[in-house]
Write a protein that binds this ligand. Structure first.
Ligand code: IVH
Length: 696
């Protein structure tokens, strides 16, 4: 029993603080171990930092709670059994880190430096080096007579781990210095993993069925701490040098003056000369305004960088001034880190919804308890598709890590499995569209479920109308994006046949639509009613039925009723129709609402002339595969294509051994070369016309 219990009620704030501090320490120890020793954190850094800062605040408020074994008294992690421990000649310090700053925080730093240096207002601006704060792990590299002899992690700052064998495998780190080398050199910098390398590594891990890494920093830390350096060598690590610990001659004298190192910028230049990578983002800037501008520039560029950063670092450039500024409680006074908003946070999943996109794609979306991440409040995060949702096994009620980087859609990165409570259900994709109720299917080799409702589905309505009206479909000129938006939003079009029921006064009432253009549109709509079966089929937007397939189907069946009645075998008999197309056509016409819509379109006057079925291709070029390339002297590409197809040819986009001949115009490029190399006959427009003429 603590003494507090004897005197205070349960509500004593001191007592409560003591309990809270003890609980926080237990949590921090647990997560510190997972993070530092096992390289398997469960908390995003921001959440860990929050706990840490809360404990710091409590200890500051009640100093009697502070104990020597508090995690706040030991920055860094334990030394692993497997690595020899290294005592740093020069301690590896950390720098003062300020969170929740804006770019304007730089002005405070500048003001503080000027005050410490007792500079008068009229004294010139201070020069700084502004750098990126790399999100990797700090490394100290020791060179004797120009040869890398030891690489050590930071550890607790005084004592780290000897990871030389692993660090030697990092191609960017010189094993021998370039040019003239001092007797002793110790360079500090950051080992990190580039984003692309991280993605590739995780892909490989996944393919082997191995565990994936949460982020590039953990992957880098895991690689550096590999006991088997052959494995470490397969992990793609990178390095940036950013600080000089010591440079000495044989008698132990400091060489920096002799090497002409008067500024931090001199040091970075010297590093580069020795062969170390130095980020080209390190830049000398003048005064607070220079730092502010740098901060803004980096914040904008952050997401496009090839590696993760978590902020910027400002350093006084002049080394003599650095010495004058000195240290406060083991942190250099001449440097500061300003952290950017965390891009990952914890929250809970309230529900999993399925959204339907404009093209019918179904996307599972996690509805989240609101959380501030990446600078905005996030309430939704995409789960991408069924496989992703299953791989991450996100369930309602779960505590999850959400990530939002820049303008990218927020996503669920992972689930904290040990926080899952009770019986939760595995998420499954619905087999019906949540918007229109049509069947939702996923085809082999595809990641996404799609609603098969097409133009019947509210979510796809606009897209379906635009497609229906497009030039190669019903060719309703003037019915563009903006107009379709207005028509749908005003409730004038729910289903396609409504297009042909529009009235002049309805249209003329729309934004930027006078009576004249309204009448024009009605005229175009009227004209479009007279079409071909091929165009009509294409206009329906049946999945996998493009322009060419629509033509094949129209030619083969001759009329719509025959097509709608066709079974799988009948569909497979059509030239170039395989199981995917056959299934898609069948699914489409199996749905009553689609049949009704087709019927309604016919009733409002859409018509075409039905033909006799042509199950065998006929015409002068029946069964021939032709490729068009370059610009023809008199015919447009579409005209030539239509003529060839009317003659029974199939017009393909690429040349292969199966191509029967190529029609080439001027400026024909790679397709012509390919035809020549494969020995495919090449003709010009005149010759093509002559052939077509002879055959008809
Ligand atoms: S300078 C005495 N520069 O941030 C100054 N540190 O506490 C030594 N870091 O763990 C550090 N980018 O690993 C410096 N451009 C940069 C840095 C940087 C990342 C890390 C470093 C350390 C922490 C600073």
């Amino acid at each position: 029993m603590s003494t507090g219990d004897l005197f205070a009620s349960d509500a004593d704030p001191r007592d409560q603080a003591a309990q809270e501090a003890e609980a926080l320490r237990a949590q921090l120890r647990h997560h510190g171990h997972l993070y530092y020793v096992l390289d398997a954190p469960e908390l995003p850094d921001a959440a860990y930092d929050q706990l840490f800062q809360r404990l710091q605040a409590l200890e500051a408020q009640y100093p009697e709670l502070l104990s020597a074994d508090s995690p706040t008294q030991r920055v860094g992690g334990a030394v692993l059994d497997g690595f020899a421990s290294v005592v740093h000649d020069v301690p590896m310090l950390s720098i003062r880190t300020e969170t929740d700053t804006t770019e304007m925080g730089a002005l405070d730093f500048d003001r503080r430096m000027r005050k410490e240096l007792e500079l008068r207002d009229e004294a010139p601006e201070l020069a700084y080096v502004a750098e990126l704060k790399f999100d990797g792990l700090a490394m100290s590299l020791r060179y004797e007579d120009g040869v890398l002899v030891r690489a050590a992690t930071r550890g607790d700052g005084a004592q780290g781990e000897d990871v030389t064998a692993n660090v030697r495998t990092i191609g960017q780190i010189p094993l021998r210095l370039q040019g003239e080398a001092p007797v002793l050199l110790e360079v500090r910098g950051e080992v990190y993993m580039a984003r692309a390398d991280f993605e590739a590594l995780n892909d490989a891990q996944r393919q082997r069925g191995d565990k994936t890494f949460v982020n590039p920093r953990n992957a880098a830390a895991g690689a550096v701490r590999q006991l088997d350096s052959r494995i470490a060598a397969q992990r793609p690590l990178s390095f940036f040098a950013y600080a000089l610990a010591q440079v000495k001659d044989a008698s132990g004298q400091d060489l920096s003056a002799a090497l002409g190192l008067r500024t931090h910028a001199d040091i970075l230049a010297r590093f580069q000369a020795w062969g170390f990578p130095v980020s080209h983002w390190a830049r000398v800037v003048q005064g607070g305004a220079g730092l502010v501008a740098y901060h803004q520039e980096v914040a904008t560029a952050r997401d496009a960088l090839p590696f993760d950063i978590d902020g910027v670092v400002y350093k006084v450039n002049d080394l003599a001034l650095q010495r004058r500024l000195g240290f406060v409680s083991r942190e250099p006074r001449w440097a500061v880190a300003h952290k950017f908003p965390a891009q990952e946070q914890l929250t809970t999943v309230l529900a999993i919804d399925v959204q339907v996109g404009r093209t019918g794609k179904l996307t599972p979306v996690a509805k989240l308890a609101p959380v501030f991440v990446g600078g905005v409040t996030v309430t939704n995060a995409t789960l991408h598709n069924e496989d992703e949702a299953r791989r991450k096994d996100v369930r309602v009620g779960d505590t999850v890590v959400v990530r939002r980087a820049g303008d990218v859609i927020p996503e669920v990165v992972s689930v904290l499995l040990d926080k899952r409570q009770g019986a939760s259900e595995v998420f499954t994709m619905p087999h019906a569209c949540p918007v229109c109720g049509s069947a939702a299917t996923r085809e082999p080799e595809e990641a996404d479920y799609r609603c098969t409702g097409g133009l019947y589905c509210g979510a796809q309505r606009k897209e379906a109308i635009l497609h229906f009206a497009s030039r190669k479909a019903m060719d309703v000129e003037g019915l563009g994006d903006k107009l379709v938006d207005q028509l749908v939003e005003a409730g004038l079009i729910e289903h396609l046949p409504d297009l042909y029921r529009l009235q002049l006064d309805q249209l003329a009432g729309l934004e930027r639509m006078g009576e004249k253009s309204a009448q024009n549109l009605l005229d175009v709509l009227q004209t479009s009613k007279s079409t071909t079966l091929a165009r009509f089929l294409y206009a329906l937007g049946i999945r996998h039925v493009g322009e060419t397939t629509a033509k094949d189907l129209a030619r083969h069946f001759g009329g719509l009723d025959a097509l709608m009645a066709a079974d799988e075998a009948a569909l497979l008999a059509v030239r170039d129709v395989g199981p995917t197309v056959a299934a898609s056509v069948q699914t489409f016409f199996a749905q009553m609402h689609n049949r009704e819509m087709v019927q309604a379109l016919r009733e409002v006057g859409v018509h075409w002339s039905e033909q006799a079925p042509q199950t065998e291709a006929t015409g002068a070029l029946a069964g021939k595969t032709v490729v068009l390339t370059g610009s023809l002297p008199t015919l447009s590409r579409d005209q030539a294509k239509a003529m060839l197809e009317d003659a029974g040819a199939k017009v393909s986009g690429s040349v292969s051994k199966k191509t029967d001949f190529v029609v080439a115009g001027s400026e024909a490029g790679s397709k012509l070369d390919k035809a020549n190399s494969l020995g495919v006959p090449v003709i010009d427009e005149a010759q093509m016309l002559a052939w077509l003429h002879a055959g008809s």
